[in-house]
Design a protein around this ligand. Structure first.
Ligand code: ADP
Ligand code: ASP
Ligand code: MG
Length: 402
């Protein structure tokens, strides 16, 4: 008998009809003789609605209280799904993070899973119950509720698949797999039958929200096969794994974009050793992901540093830097949120010269201006105006997949 972990995203459980559709996928898997552990996200736009509700009360609410609020969305989903499955006549139980020992660190809103205590889960599965777990949430060592970051239910699912030694972790969503670009932006994007963990990790990190990047990182470390498929069609999905079949593989796997970034510029820092260390360790201690960094050459003992962070962290970064203004010794801070990052990803670019140039050519032909460029072994990213992002993705996709 196999143990299967299935995760259903917010749009898959958005209303009563969809809840029953998903309930039937779950009970069908159970009827096939499997133990089934299911992870659910909050319904539809619930998480965004809760964030908006909080902002009406206090736009600077602490991350602890935000986690307390946001975790409610997932709790609602599992309870409602359990009611649907009960109605279909199957044994089921819904559980929150604190009931299954989903232990995380204490970094509210970006917590990392430390351990999962499987005792309760095993007990329920042994009773032949379908187990529904609230995604996205965790509990720290003080017993406080934490959340794993937006899109984090995917990571809950992979963590459970690892802890329960599941044979597969299936991520059900509103697209039927991983595409060469977001199919909402590029209608003729192609579905990939398979993709490597490394390429998927890059795509997810660079903005392809179809999978939470931590979920891919975890799946890779433990070799958990991940399958991305649709809640709405029976089409075969995309397998995410270590090695893929190379037949017909192009050297670019996909194009991703991230509009949720902000550019911060710190002007007039002292041009002495240790400045970058002080700035970035301050941000790292609050687990702010700094992406691209550019430092100007010094002039008259002063220098500037420009870098990008997730847009949601921009105002927190400003607070943090302002609070430490004296210690950091800078003249001025500037935040710009009209930027986006567009990237191409592909392991094949290591052996193919001129890939970046082809990307820049496509942008030039559309007269899209590049502000910053960053590259690694398997990706090239450009920072451009946010208003140009969709157009850039389309022309770059056209350039490589035409
Ligand atoms: P869920 O609520 O199920 O977690 P998400 O909205 O987080 O779903 O992720 C699915 C969405 O990811 C799709 O609707 C699609 O618009 C977007 N997406 C972005 N890039 C890609 C890609 N390369 N392949 C497939 N979907 C993508
Ligand atoms: N509900 C959370 C979010 O909207 C987590 C998730 O959907 O994975 O980000
Ligand atoms: Mg998601």
């Amino acid at each position: 008998m196999a143990l299967i972990v299935q995760k259903f995203g917010g749009s898959s459980v958005a209303d009563a009809e969809r809840i029953f559709r998903v309930a039937r996928i779950i009970t069908k898997t159970y009827d096939a003789g499997n133990n089934v552990c299911v992870v659910l996200s909050a319904q539809g736009d619930t998480t965004d609605d809760l964030i908006a509700k909080a902002a009406e009360i206090n736009p600077d609410a602490s991350r602890r209280e935000m986690d307390m609020l946001l975790a409610c969305g997932e709790q609602m989903s599992v309870a409602l799904m359990a009611m649907a499955i009960e109605k279909l006549g199957y044994p089921v139980v819904s559980l929150c993070a604190w009931q299954i020992g989903m232990a995380t660190d204490s970094v509210h809103s970006a917590a990392r899973i430390r351990t999962v205590d499987c005792e309760r889960l095993r007990e329920e599965l042994d009773k032949k119950r379908i187990v529904l777990v609230a995604g996205f949430q965790g509990v720290n060592r003080h017993g406080d509720v934490t959340t794993l970051g937006r899109g984090g239910s995917d990571t809950t699912a992979v963590a459970l698949a690892i802890a329960l030694k599941a044979s597969v972790c299936q991520i059900f969503t509103d697209v039927d797999g991983v595409y060469t670009a977001d199919p909402r932006v590029v209608p003729d994007a192609r579905k990939l039958p398979e993709i490597t963990y490394d390429e998927m990790l890059e795509l997810a990190t660079l903005g392809a929200q179809v999978l939470h990047n931590r979920s891919v990182e975890l799946a890779k470390s433990y070799g958990v096969p991940l399958e991305v498929r649709s809640s709405f069609t029976g089409n075969p999905g995309t397998m995410v794994k270590e090695v893929v079949n190379d037949v017909e593989k192009t050297y670019i796997t996909g194009v991703a974009q991230d509009k949720k970034i902000a550019r911060l510029a710190i002007f007039g820092l002292a041009d002495v050793p240790g400045v970058a260390f002080r700035v970035f360790s301050l941000l790292a201690n609050s687990r702010i992901n700094v992406d691209m960094i550019i430092q100007s050459t010094g002039r008259e003992g002063r220098k500037d540093i420009v870098f990008t962070v997730p847009e949601k962290d921009a105002s927190f970064c400003r607070q943090l830097l302002e609070q430490n203004r004296t210690a950091l010794d800078f003249e001025r801070l500037e935040i710009n949120t009209d930027v986006a990052k567009v990237s191409i990803v592909g392991a094949g670019m290591q052996e193919n010269a001129g890939v970046a140039a082809r990307m820049f050519e496509a942008l030039f032909q559309e007269q899209i201006n590049i502000h910053m460029i960053s590259t690694s072994e398997i990706k090239v990213s450009v920072f451009i105006d946010r208003a140009d992002a969709d157009r850039a993705v389309r022309v770059i996709h056209e350039q490589f997949f035409r």
